[in-house]
Design a protein. Sequence first.
Length: 216
Amino acid sequence: MATMSPAEETPEYKTPFAQRFRGFLPVIVDVETGGFNDDTDALLEIAAVTLRMDEDGKLHRHETFEAHLDPFEGANIEQSALDFTGIDPESPDREAQPEMIAIPEILGEVRKAVKANGCTRAVMVAHNAHFDLGFVNAAAERCRIKRNPFHPFSCFDTATLAGLAYGQTVLAKACATAGLEFSNSEAHSAAYDAEKTADLFCLIVNKWKDMGGWPL
């Protein structure tokens, strides 16, 4: 006699990942920008990192999706921001893409991950998360994306979580305190910072589980 999977046995079945964060799938994001104003300043790099949950309920970094972006028409770029990130918007080595191509592709990958994990939507995880969320939401509006997979205002902030867990709110210092390697020379690349933020988030969530905080 054939056996049925839990999903076939009951329509109410939820994947362990869907149960962990109230149906949300945490997706780690980092952006590099031409300033602090998400309405007027250029979005120059974006990276999104998905997670997987193992059979023990532990979180691990999964896939990384990244893009270098051409500044949108009329975008402001502060020289101080370029000095900080080291980005040269004019460099052909960036292989930059227009937002109208790159943003739908990355958000499409996020949407696929949400579906694959049986979740209802994504929730952004980032270091000082409302900054990144603002730029992603602004880019999605410019691209006229109707189905932004991210919750419009809820997010998980690893600066806050690291302050609680390790007493540090700067990403590099939080990683060092947590025992994670961090290269200052590679920092301020969206992909590198997103992956380090993902490792930090997984470490904190897994440590909480080991301490008996989940499942309740």
